[in-house]
Design a protein around this ligand. Structure first.
Ligand code: 13P
Ligand code: SF4
Length: 302
């Protein structure tokens, strides 16, 4: 493995490549990644890199977003199987139908969506800036897709915007049930419960803190508590356990793993760099329209 890490680093330098990795990746990827973080952080890094090649150790929509931000760079996804089940829940036709059922209402899409969907939305958001993005529209009502739970959580936090949501969801986060939180609290009464807003509302309502991947990690780092129950993907627990040895992090239940995020291995990253595979392309017209939606988000998030 050590040898693979050195080979990847050498190739990266030779090809002026950068590796962006989401916090849900297998931990070995961090050894070669230039930037590790949540989807907002990674899209911000993608927007400002001067590398010629971006290897995206994440899921398809993330690599596609990087391509839209960098039409002249080579964007590579090491394993084409890495899709996002939530992003796949709404396609262009379904979006247009949803919009036609609620005409003339600003439409916000979660970054977990395809380029085609982004091309017909006013602005996109991630879980870490969703409240700020929706508030920035100054509208009494918005449409939100695909994640119904993130949308409803934003509605509750803001209190003055009606959020009409599309019925999409993350199958990984929906595995967490309110009973799991109640059980975990009984077992670890001193622990703080931190949850992602992709969780069902009944779960978010029981948490001490709800936030994005980075929000959860920052909250845990700054908290005086020593024990935490983590209601999101296992990668977050793995990194917190590695980085904060004086604290204990408990994954809410065993199977909170996004299978699509776990495809990439160091071998795949090496092959991707060496053979420059698998290149992401986006139709130019769609990309131009989707770029407006992404740029608007980056502008508001500054
Ligand atoms: P964040 O990285 O924005 O927390 O989102 C989590 C996620 O599900 C990525 O697909
Ligand atoms: Fe998509 Fe859920 Fe996996 Fe995130 S955790 S990439 S939303 S399926």
């Amino acid at each position: 493995m050590h040898n693979k890490i050195e080979l990847i680093k050498k190739l990266k330098a030779e090809k002026n490549a950068v590796i962006l990795a989401h916090c849900y990746q297998n931990m070995e990827i961090d050894e070669v990644a230039d930037f590790v973080g949540d989807s907002l952080y990674l899209s911000q890094q993608a927007a400002k890199t001067d590398a010629d090649i971006i290897i995206f150790a994440g899921v398809f929509f993330m690599a596609q977003t990087a391509k839209i931000l960098n039409p002249n760079k080579k964007i590579l996804l090491p394993r084409t199987e890495s899709g996002c089940l939530m992003a796949d829940m709404v396609d262009y036709r379904q979006l247009m139908e949803f919009k036609s059922q609620h005409p003339n209402i600003p439409t916000v899409c979660y970054i977990n969506s395809t380029a085609e969907v982004k091309s017909e939305c006013d602005i996109c958001c991630t879980s870490s800036n969703a409240i700020k993005i929706v508030a920035s529209l100054n509208a009494p009502e918005i449409l939100f897709l695909p994640d119904t739970y993130l949308g409803k959580w934003v509605e509750k936090q803001l209190g003055n915007v009606k959020v009409t949501t599309y019925p999409g969801y993350c199958p990984t986060h929906l595995r967490i049930k309110p009973e799991d939180i109640i059980e975990a609290r009984k077992k670890y009464p001193e622990a703080e419960v931190l949850a992602h807003p992709e969780c069902h509302q009944s779960v978010a309502d029981l948490a001490d803190y709800v936030g994005s991947t980075t929000g959860i990690m920052k909250h845990a780092a700054n908290s005086n508590k020593k024990q935490f129950i983590i209601a999101t993907e296992k990668g977050v627990v793995d990194r917190l356990t590695r980085d904060y040895k004086d604290k204990e992090f408990i994954l809410i239940k065993d199977n909170i793993i996004c299978p699509n995020m776990k495809w990439h291995t160091l071998d795949d990253i090496y092959n991707s760099l060496k053979n420059e595979q698998y290149e992401i392309t986006v139709d130019e017209q769609i990309a131009q329209k989707a770029l407006k939606c992404i740029d608007r988000m980056l502008e508001v998030s500054k």
